[in-house]
Design a protein around this ligand. Sequence first.
Ligand code: HEC
Length: 341
Amino acid sequence: MRRLAFVPIALVGLAAAAWLTATACGGPDAAAPTGAGDANEVSDASAESMPVPALDAATDATDATDATLVDASTDAIDAFATPRLAIVTVRGTPLEGAPGEGVGLAVVYLFADGTTAPVAADQVVWTLPSTIVATDPSDAGASVIPATGPRPTAFYVQNPYRDDRAGVLYILDPGDLGTPDAPGAPSIAVRATVADAGDVTATVAILPARVGDPSVGQNLFQHVLMCAACHGATGGGSPPATSPDGGPQLYDGGTGYLISGKLYPFPAPGLNAAPDSGNVASDPAWSAAMFSIASQADVDNRGVALRKPMPYWLGGTSADGGTLGPQDFADLFAWLTTQPQ
Ligand code: HEC
C-alpha cells in the first residue's frame, strides 16, 4: 500500500526528467522508497519542478508528502487508478519547435506505473491555439493567417482541399522577447479536449529560428526534392506555356502553364528573390517560417489552399531517407534568397 502511495511522486520525477521522450517507461526506483528519508528526498525534488503535463499529479504528490502519508495512501491509490491525460510529440521528442516547424502533437493516457497509451486521434480536438481553415483557391477572401505580434504566434491548419493532419502545431513567429507583453523565454500554450475525459494542456517551447545553408538548399531544390522541376531551376516560377507555332498555349481560354509536362491554368509561382517580381523570397509579406509552413501545410501566406500538383511535404522523406524538417526548409529558403532571377 505504502509503495503505491508514492506513485504520484514518481510521476512528477518522470516528467521533470523529460520522460515525455519515451512512449512507455517502467516505474523508476523512487516508486519503492525504503524509508521516510527517501520519501522526503523524492518529494523535495518534485517540489522544485512542477511540469505542465503532470500538474494534477504534482498537487497530489504534495499532499502525499505530509505526515498523514500512510493513512492517505488509500486515497492516492483511488486517485491514480484512473489514467491521466498528457500531451506528447508524435515523434517522442521534447515539446519544442523552431519557427517554420510543424510539431506533431498527440494526447496519451498516462498510467500510475508510468506507462502510456495513445488516445485515439478522433477523440481529440485541439482547442489552443486556434485552427485556421484553408480557404478556397478559386474564391479566397481575407487572410486567415494570424497577424504576428509581441507574443509568439502558432496555429493548427485544417486544409479541406488537401490531406492534412490534426494536431500539427505550426510555429510562425517567436514574438519579441523582453517586452512587457512577452517576458521570459518564448513558448506557446497548447490545449486539447478529449471526448468524455476533459481538457489537457501543455507548453511548447519555441526554439531559435534555424539558420539556413544556401548550398544545402540548392541541392535540395534542384536535385534531392526537385522543387526545380516545377518552380524553375532558380525558383523563378513556371513560365506561360507556348504552342509549337510560338504563340501562347491556352487553358480554357486563359493563360496555360506547363508544370512538369502538363498544362494547368495556374503557375508554380516564383519562389526566389527576383526584384519587383512578387516572388516569395522577395516579398516582405512572406518569411522563412511562412515559406516552411506553406510548403508543409499546403497553404499560402494568406491561408489559401495550394492546389495540386504542388506536393505534400509535411513529414515527407527526402532522398537520403531522412524526414523533412525545419532545417531543410530553412536551407531551401536561404538559397532562394540568393537567386535574383
Ligand atoms: C510537381 C510540381 C511541384 C513541385 C515538385 C513543387 N511545387 Fe511548389 N507549387 C506547385 C504549384 C502548382 C503551386 C501553386 C499552387 C496553387 O496556386 O494553388 C506551388 C506553390 C508553392 C508555394 C506557394 C507559393 C505562393 O506564392 O503562393 C510554395 C512556398 C512552394 N510551392 C514550395 C515548394 C517547395 C519548397 C518545393 C520543393 C520542396 C515545391 N514547392 C515543389 C508545384 C510544385
